[in-house]
Design a protein around this ligand. Structure first.
Ligand code: DMJ
Length: 644
């Protein structure tokens, strides 16, 4: 009997949704609206039938049913002495004619109200049935949008006001020299081509297939469609002054970026690309929406830390919060470069929300690692999150290890050089790396090998080339007056990586290259000859340029830009190539989101003046998203002695 009060007497469907009854209200509401509409029609018809039947029943039954209904549900207050007033459903005239008259009037008014409600519902249902499919669909869509908007408003928790850190150097960065400016304009044009193509063929998908001219995604994003390229590219668009494109991306994010999705994503990738990208877009543009989205997404990553050790799973389902590790990782381990590349973003999340949870998670990881034994002072790539023990003793400054070392240094830089613990960990790690992994080839090339099964593999990955920039960035502040040494080491790595490009047909670097048996800086295996638009070599050129102003770095960057434009550009964007040693390479048909986030950004900065995002004030996360240094005077973290 509660039905009439809840179901569509008024013809409004929204109140029939009960968002609170599901843990995932938005999804539920948007998926079921059309079903609800059909239900509404069926129920309207059913009620009308009952109502009609009611009028055709004999009078006594009418009274009986009506009285029960009214008294039980609608007018329990009419008479407090229920038992004494009714017998077999009939009203006893115990209070005299006046009461009886009043009672009848109330009954009559309720009766006509219900009749009116039913008639209105019937009319509305008839009206709906007169409408075309398209009109009905449009109406349903409008209501869906309204529900989504309402839920969005509910989702946007108020964040505490936080003073903006000092934001220096957000301007044009005009290099002055017309020749350099022309090169920079060319990079900007390449960005525009990459963005416009994605806009046209892959909008809303994570990435683009520039030959097939359609959306693309990989397992790092699960089966989500979260516009990774949009989020990853935002700050590059902003820095390049592509404001219309930036606004377009912002609008998509405002209207479409939702995290209540049943998708198992990589915690690391989502952190560096999405949270890093959103935070950078927030700091550069001041638009609150980016901060809010970053925090909403970060909340979704937190369940990944629910492991016996607090070392997060590699993947988490954004909807259920269930985490797990990659099947290929040694003994169910988490990966050093993944759980060790959260610090910068998580410190900013605590700064912006005032919630210590984020900072605590990453500090817990650091403390745990500090307590562990390290073979030869090196950090193995694998750590089991259940047992807290290392998996295989493989160590790499490339894939699986790389950005862990980068984030130790950057934690120190981002804390305005006050996080001395991070600096110490970085220095110790680099010392061990230099002792055990860095060698010079017979031909005089400095390379960083990998420690595997008790010996040094004389192979270096494209990913490892970022380390040249890292050594240069960490030179200032290194112990024992070794700044010059580390700057030199950075220069040597830059040179080796440039050789890996220069020794190919396409002048683009392979994925991995060897230093063995006469072959140096060259890929040997067929499956290591590809170039997928990666940024690391150009990243190192840029850092080296900033610290030395040696023109060769701009020259090398320009060579790479020209090669990318010549061999990777297609009408639908930019694609990776499968063999950099072949003069007629085949394409891999993927425009990676990091091409827009990193490769083109580093190229643009290489041809800009140094006062655009100066390195004293900004620290770039591992996906090239700039985050401001948190000077303690401005920071809500200042009270936290861990950071201090
Ligand atoms: C990027 O997503 C990041 O730089 C990450 O740290 C590793 N490499 C890819 C691009 O090559």
């Amino acid at each position: 009997m509660t039905t009439p009060a809840l179901l569509p007497l008024s013809g409004r469907r929204i109140p029939t949704l009960n968002p609170g009854s599901s843990p995932f209200p938005h999804h539920r509401a948007t998926l079921r609206l059309s079903e609800k509409f059909i239900l509404l029609l069926i129920l309207s018809a059913f009620i009308t039938l009952c109502f009609g039947a009611f009028f055709f029943l004999p009078d006594s039954s009418k009274h009986k049913r009506f009285d029960l209904g009214l008294e039980d549900v609608l007018i329990p207050h009419i008479d407090s002495n229920k038992e004494g007033k009714h017998l077999g459903g009939h009203i006893i005239h115990g209070q005299g004619g006046h009461d009886e008259h009043r009672h009848r009037e109330e009954e009559e008014s309720l009766r006509s109200k219900i009749r009116a409600d039913h008639e209105r519902a019937l009319e509305e249902a008839k009206e709906k049935l007169k409408k075309s499919r398209e009109e009905l669909r449009a109406e349903i869509q409008t209501e869906k949008n309204k529900v989504a908007q309402d839920l969005k408003k509910k989702d946007s928790k108020q964040l505490p006001p936080v003073p903006m850190p000092k934001l220096v150097g957000i301007h044009d960065g005009d290099p002055g020299d017309p020749d350099i400016k022309e090169k920079r304009d060319k990079i900007r044009e390449m960005m525009k081509h990459a963005w416009d193509s994605y806009r046209q063929y892959g909008w809303g998908h994570n990435e683009l297939k520039p030959l097939a001219k359609k959306g693309h995604s990989t397992n790092i994003f699960g089966n989500s469609q979260m516009g990774a390229t949009i989020v990853d590219a935002l700050d590059t668009l902003y820095i390049m002054g592509l404001h219309d494109e930036f606004k377009d991306g912002q609008q998509w994010i405002e209207q479409n970026l939702e995290f209540n999705v049943n998708a198992e994503v990589s915690v690391f990738e989502v952190n560096i690309r999405f949270i890093g990208g959103l935070l950078a877009a927030y700091y550069l543009s001041g638009q609150e929406v980016f901060k809010i989205k970053a925090v909403q997404l970060a909340e979704k990553l937190l369940p990944a830390f629910n492991t016996p050790t607090g070392i997060p799973w590699a993947m988490v389902n954004l909807k259920s919060g269930v985490g797990r590790n990659w099947g290929w990782a040694s003994a169910g381990s988490s990966i050093l470069a993944e759980f060790g590349t959260l610090h910068m973003e998580f410190v900013h999340l605590t700064y912006l929300t005032g919630d210590p949870a984020y900072l605590n998670k990453v500090m817990h990881i650091r403390k745990l690692l500090q307590k562990m034994d390290r073979p030869n002072g090196l950090y193995p790539n694998y750590l089991n999150p259940r047992t807290g023990r290392w998996g295989q003793h493989h160590t790499s400054v490339g894939g699986l290890g790389d950005s862990f070392y980068e984030y130790l240094l950057k934690a120190w830089l981002m804390s305005d050089k006050t996080d001395l613990e991070a600096r110490q960990l970085y220095d110790d790690a680099i010392e061990a790396i230099e002792r055990h992994l860095i060698r010079k080839s017979n031909g005089g090339l400095t390379f960083i090998g990998e420690w595997k099964n008790g010996h040094l593999e004389r192979k270096m990955g494209h990913l490892t080339c970022f380390a040249g920039g890292m050594f240069a960035l960490g030179a200032d502040g290194s112990p024992g007056e070794k700044a010059g040494h580390y700057l030199q080491l950075g220069a040597e790595i830059a040179h080796t990586c440039h050789e890996s490009y220069d020794r190919t047909v396409l002048k683009l670097g392979p994925e991995a290259f060897k230093f063995d048996s006469g072959l140096e800086a060259v890929a040997v295996r067929q499956n290591e000859k590809y170039y997928i638009l990666r940024p690391e070599v150009i990243e190192t050129y840029w850092y080296m340029w900033r610290f030395t102003h040696d023109p060769k770095y701009r020259q090398w960057g320009w060579e790479a830009a020209q090669a990318i434009d010549k061999y990777c550009r297609v009408s639908g964007g930019f694609s990776g190539v499968k063999d950099v040693y072949s003069s007629s390479p085949t394409y891999d048909d993927v425009q990676q989101s990091f091409f827009l986030a990193e490769t083109l950004k580093y190229l643009y900065l290489l041809f800009s003046s140094d006062d655009l995002l100066p390195l004293d004030n900004w620290v770039f996360n591992t996906e090239a998203h700039p985050l401001p240094v948190l000077h303690l005077a401005n920071s809500t973290l200042s009270a936290n002695n861990v950071i201090r």
